[in-house]
Design a binder for this molecule. Structure first.
Ligand SMILES: Cc1cc2nc3c(=O)[nH]c(=O)nc-3n(C[C@H](O)[C@H](O)[C@H](O)COP(=O)(O)O)c2cc1C
Length: 153
């Protein structure tokens, strides 16, 4: 079975919800073993044993939060089994630079061995604390399904 680890950071819970929906989508496809963790509790030795890593962050000041930047830097120093990666973010405004782009760039610099499964997903929230804008959650599930299908082929 393909093993996928999902790690996220969240201040108000929205990015966590996105991560959970993505996992739901992957499980619906089946044939994928999933694990999910808050970045503050993540065991990097465990992550290193997975085939794919999904990384999610709220957009803070046009980029990912510090905890996620540090995670990406640490992954670059590990002997990773993983070959695949995908990222997601939550944001309130459309005119800022997307955190997913910054995450993808940082991953490319720090862990060049990881290839993108799909382009990053940005999920809009109504306000600082959420909730997630209507119609966005189904996209998260679809994102998970797409990732699972791609990893299985
Ligand atoms: C300190 C701070 C800075 C933020 N900066 C941005 C920003 O630059 N662009 C944006 O779209 N949203 C910004 N936001 C809104 C967050 O993206 C929003 O709070 C987040 O998506 C909620 O996710 P969470 O519930 O997982 O924390 C900011 C929020 C905080 C708390």
């Amino acid at each position: 079975m393909v093993k996928v680890f999902v790690v996220y950071d969240t201040k108000y819970g929205n990015t966590k919800l996105v991560a959970e929906k993505i996992v739901e989508g992957m499980r619906e496809v089946g044939g994928i073993e999933t694990a999910i963790s808050d970045v503050e509790e993540v065991d990097l030795e465990t992550v290193a044993d997975y085939d794919a890593i999904l990384i999610g962050s709220p957009n803070h000041w046009g980029g990912p939060v510090r905890g996620i930047k540090k995670l990406i830097d640490k992954l670059g120093k590990l002997d990773l089994k993983a070959k695949w990666v995908a990222v997601f973010d939550t944001y309130i405004k459309g005119d800022f630079e997307k955190a997913v782009k910054k995450m993808e760039k940082r991953i490319n610099e720090k862990t060049p061995g990881l290839k993108l499964i799909v382009p990053g997903l940005s999920v809009k929230v109504e306000d600082m604390k959420g909730p997630i804008v209507e119609g966005e959650l189904p996209k998260c599930k679809e994102f998970g399904k797409k990732i699972a299908s791609k990893l299985k082929t």
